[in-house]
Design a protein around this ligand. Sequence first.
Ligand SMILES: C[S@@+](CC[C@H](N)C(=O)[O-])C[C@H]1O[C@@H](n2cnc3c(N)ncnc32)[C@H](O)[C@@H]1O
Length: 323
Amino acid sequence: MFWASRSSWDLEPDERAVARSSVLYSLVHGLPAGHGLPHRSSIRLRKSLWIYGSHVQYTGPAFGDATAGCGAALAKGLSSAEARGCAWVLLGERGERMGEAKNPEQWGAVDQFFVDRLVAQDVALEEALKTSHAAGLPLIHVAPNQGKMLQLLAKLQGARTILEIGTLGGYSTIWLARALPEGGRLVTLEAEPKHAEVARTNLARAGLSEVVELRLGPALETLPALAAEGAAPFDFIFIDADKPNNPGYFEWTLKLARVGSLIIIDNVVRDGKVADGASQDLGVQGSRRAIELMAAEPRVTATAIQTVGSKGYDGFAMAIVTS
Ligand SMILES: C[S@@+](CC[C@H](N)C(=O)[O-])C[C@H]1O[C@@H](n2cnc3c(N)ncnc32)[C@H](O)[C@@H]1O
């Protein structure tokens, strides 16, 4: 079989032709906005997304609910073990590569090595992902080792109050809420009612309904409401929603922070595009602007880190409020 037998993923032009004519060729035309494909904002310009690898058995005709890279294999019901080692390539109208994972087998294997040894996931975390996938939520949650890193940072911070922008199914919320001491609280903001409903179920299963408050609505509306209610300050803030609004989120979180608060913005590298000042991608522009705001803001000291892993090539920015 074409891609079940591949262990390397360099595609030659004639292989593209084979794939195009085969049932494995997968159109992504018409995908609803907001699904986690790379270059999400311009997905309508793209022709196809292929997923293949030595362990991937996906043979369906189309990725109606495809999400970023190998996540689509998971969306089709494969276990993470089956999907391990898969790769993706996104082709443009003329068959040219638009985005690709450079060495995803190795990144995935290394992440798996770390997760197997360092990141114990209990039933609540595993069920949170399963429930989210079953409900058709996009597979854009943090990786387990990233969730654990957020938890360790929140503990290091001694956070008693956490603000999260972008709940999805509550996976990162569970990691973060478990960093809180007795009496701590977490507020998480989500715009999509369906995501909020799934998250509430997942948080209840994790025993966190009393600790976590989920606020439904566009974050640029719920953030001012939080400020008006005097809900601040938050010791730890995780920004992980729609990337074009990252500048606004950063500005609002500064208002909701205190001296010493830690602010993390996820997914700022955007497959390396963050360095491209000419990019028309609104997510890239939002991430660039947020970094520039951090740089210009005298009240914070900040850095940003590139990462590779099971989630591809991305990274995060972090800032501490100093005055
Ligand atoms: C990347 S996902 C969050 C993933 C989650 N933090 C995790 O790792 O498990 C982004 C979420 O932000 C939500 N979102 C998008 N635009 C939003 C907005 N304007 N206000 C609040 N939430 C928004 C999306 O519906 C989605 O659930």
